[in-house]
Structure formats: structure tokens, C-alpha cells
Design a protein around this ligand. Structure first.
Ligand code: PMP
Length: 413
């Protein structure tokens, strides 16, 4: 005997499968239409325009700190004093990876020894979180301990207790604004507590990955508290590494990454980085300045992104609301910025939903990717990334997701 609900759900799923769609909601990539916004940047500079404001020839070697005028443009958005902000290569993931590799191989300011000589190095991983952060830890043999995310950021009571007593805990991953994947914005209180909490490790670091600092989906340009200033005030100036990039502002493959920190941390980082490069691509830095111009230019450019992607997020919410409002155990985030929606499904069904979707030609981020080692103990979190497909496809893909969720719920009875 099968329930009528199950029969209907199976019929709907078979119909979906027969359509043979081929859609992808896996990665937070800008769409071609978004990339088109910044493509004119590629034609800037040229034979008569390659000098920085101070006369530097950007075509040549050097300038490890990055172009001053680009740093000045981004300093307020990343909440870092301009002299403590580095503009680097094209990927902030690379900056984070390298920073941890440097900490492994050379003692951080305040460290008793380099991390490679510690018996155990642990990072706190708020979950759900960003899979590539977790991969960096896995690669370097840094263990991860999960901490639950709340709407205000990581559960600070848990964080404070862990870091206060355990000197092997050397860091925490944070995406403080429009977090990947829940869209959460850290409250001022969370930021203040992170900045000031006592830690057993003298070389504890916060990787403050502010990847979505200007990526608003509404008129409300959300601001968060200034971690670096608060940590400095609390006597923990060396605690934050502030990270950002223009990957989702200009071109995802040809943007600029930033690193901000205390002067001591920046000196440490530049000294070590000088062993791996003679300097970043300053022509790309200059191109960014010419294209974005100033703070207003940057805001204006981000409004154009918003016009393209906000309707896609609205479509996700519209389909989920129509299909699942009031369904027990099915919830989703309603982000006001960033690139992701978190869909929470009843315990034990996420893997099955992703499998059903895949068989129907709809690629979703693997269940578990939002947790270290790819293991979501509840098997209930699915990350949706609606920016890349065109709007009609986002709606179609979400209708497909709904069919898969219905079937997984019906199968479970
Ligand atoms: N941090 C977060 C939180 C991200 O979501 C992403 C992109 N998905 C990155 C970093 C990668 O940034 P980049 O392109 O600068 O390496």
C-alpha cells in the first residue's frame, strides 16, 4: 500500500525526470549578465594610461602592498585603515590559504611557535558554513570543531567557552555579512564579543571573510561593527585577518583580493609573501580604480548587480513559500544580501533530495558541503545558489527542487 501523497509525488517526479532538464544551482557564480557589467573594464588602460597617481609604472615589478588608490577606495568598505590594507592577486581564497600556510611555517606575531610544530591545531567552524574554508583546513591538517550559527552569527556562548580553555584552538572562520550560506549578518554584540573574548591561545586569529560587504539585495545597505577597531581597543589588535575581494563586484576570475590586519600582522604577511611574489598585478588594480572610480561608483555598480540578482532570490522565496509555507521541518533563509539561500529540510532527507534532483538533471551542492568533512550530522541542510542561471531557469529549477523535496518527504512518510 502506498499513500496517495506518495503516488502523487512519484508521478510529479517522473514527469520532472522525463523533461530531461539540465540546470545547476551549485556554485555562487555571477551570471554572464553580471560579468557583462564589468567587461568594459577590460578595455581600460593602454599605451597612454598605465601610471598610478604617484607616478608608479604599474606595468613593472614591485608594489607588494598594492596600488594605494585602490586600497583607499576599498578601505572604508572593509573597515580597515588604508595603510593596513593590502591589495593582492585575484583570489581571496588564495590569500586565506596562504595566510594559514604562512602561520604553519613561520610563527605569527604573538605565537610561541609555528603551527606546524604544534601537536594539534584546531579551528572553529560555524555551521552551516563555506566548504572552501573547510577544505583549506583539511589540506593543512587543521582540525575543525563545529559551532552552531544563529541569526546573529556563531553561538557566542559556545565560542567563548571553547576558546577560553583550549589553547589548541587557533582560529575561527567567519563570513560576517550575508554569510555563506545562511545570509546571517553578525550582530554588533557578536562582533564585540569576538573582538574582546579571552582566548587560551596567544596566537588566536579570526579569519573575517567579508566577501559580501557591498553585496546588498535591498535598499538597506547593512553595516556591521568594525572588528579590527574593536579588537584593537580590547588589546587584541593582532586577532583579526580581514579578507575581501572584487570577485563578485567586477570579474570573478579577474578581480582583486584584499587583506587587512594590524600593522604587525601586515608586516609579517608582507615579509613572507615577498618570498613568493615580487608584486601583484598592479595594472589590474589600476583598471579597477579607473572603472569603479570612487565609493559612489562602487555603490552604483553594486546596484546594477542587485537589479539582476534580487529577482532571482525573490523567485526562490516565491516558489518555496507557495510550496512549503507551513510544512513542518521545511524552512529557508531570506537573505538581504550575498549569494546564497539555505534550505533546511527534515532530518535525514537532504542527501536523498540532492540525489533525486541530480537524477532529474538538476545539480545542487552536495548535501553535507556546508559542514566540515562534508558531514552534516542532521543531513538537513541544502545550499541553493541562484545567481548563475537566468531568472526563468531559477524558477524552473526551484519548481524542480520542490518536486524532489515533496517526494523525499512522502517517501519518509
Ligand atoms: N569567501 C566566501 C565566503 C565566498 O563565498 C567565496 C566565493 N564563493 C570566496 C571567499 C571566494 O572568493 P575569491 O573569488 O576572492 O577567491
Amino acid at each position: 500500500m502506498t499513500t496517495p501523497g506518495l503516488e502523487d509525488a512519484r508521478t510529479a517526479y517522473e514527469k520532472l525526470r522525463a523533461e530531461g532538464m539540465k540546470l545547476d544551482l551549485t556554485r555562487g557564480k555571477p551570471s554572464a549578465e553580471q560579468l557583462d557589467l564589468a567587461t568594459p573594464m577590460l578595455s581600460l588602460l593602454g599605451a597612454a594610461d598605465f601610471r598610478a597617481a604617484d607616478g608608479t609604472d604599474t606595468r613593472n615589478y614591485g608594489g607588494l602592498h598594492g596600488l594605494p588608490e585602490l586600497r583607499a577606495l576599498f578601505a572604508p568598505f572593509l573597515q580597515v585603515p588604508v595603510e593596513q590594507l593590502v591589495a593582492s592577486g585575484n583570489s581571496s581564497l588564495e590569500v586565506m590559504h596562504d595566510t594559514l600556510v604562512h602561520a604553519m611555517l613561520s610563527p605569527l606575531p604573538g605565537a610561541e611557535r609555528r603551527w606546524a610544530d604544534e601537536e594539534r591545531v584546531v579551528f572553529l567552524a560555524p555551521v552551516p558554513g563555506y566548504d572552501r574554508h573547510f577544505s583549506v583546513c583539511e589540506r593543512l591538517g587543521i582540525e575543525m570543531v563545529t559551532v552552531p550559527m544563529t541569526a546573529d552569527g556563531p553561538d557566542m556562548a559556545v565560542v567563548e567557552e571553547l576558546v577560553a580553555t583550549d589553547p589548541t584552538i587557533k582560529g575561527i572562520w567567519c563570513v560576517p555579512k550575508y554569510s555563506n550560506p545562511t545570509g546571517a549578518v553578525y550582530s554588533d554584540e557578536t562582533v564585540r564579543r569576538l573582538a574582546s573574548m579571552p582566548t587560551a591561545a596567544p596566537d588566536f586569529r579570526i579569519i573575517w571573510d567579508n566577501a559580501y560587504t557591498v553585496h546588498h539585495l535591498t535598499d538597506d545597505e547593512v553595516e556591521i561593527a568594525d572588528l579590527l577597531a574593536l579588537a584593537t581597543e580590547a588589546g587584541n589588535a593582532n586577532r583579526p585577518f580581514v579578507i575581501g575581494s572584487t570577485s563578485k563586484i567586477t570579474l570573478a576570475g579577474a578581480g582583486v583580493a584584499f587583506l587587512g590586519a594590524s600593522a604587525e600582522n601586515i608586516d609579517w604577511w608582507l615579509r613572507l609573501t615577498s618570498k613568493r611574489t615580487i608584486g601583484p598585478d598592479k595594472t589590474n588594480h589600476l583598471r579597477h580604480v579607473r572603472f569603479l572610480r570612487d565609493a559612489d561608483g562602487l555603490r552604483e555598480h553594486m546596484r546594477k548587480h542587485r537589479e539582476i540578482i534580487a529577482p532571482k532570490f525573490a523567485a526562490v522565496d516565491e516558489v518555496l513559500t507557495r510550496e512549503f509555507a507551513g510544512t513542518p521541518g521545511v524552512e529557508w533563509s531570506k537573505p538581504v544580501g550575498g549569494y546564497f539561500v539555505t534550505l533546511t529540510v527534515p532530518e535525514g532527507t537532504a542527501t536523498e533530495i540532492v540525489r533525486l534532483a541530480k537524477e532529474a538533471g538538476l545539480a545542487l551542492t552536495p548535501a553535507g558541503a556546508t559542514h566540515p568533512y562534508g558531514e552534516d550530522p542532521q543531513d538537513s541542510t541544502i545550499r541553493l545558489a541562484p545567481t548563475f542561471p537566468v531568472l526563468a531557469e531559477v524558477r524552473k529549477a526551484m519548481e524542480g527542487v520542490a518536486v524532489c523535496v515533496r517526494l523525499a518527504l512522502a517517501e519518509r512518510g
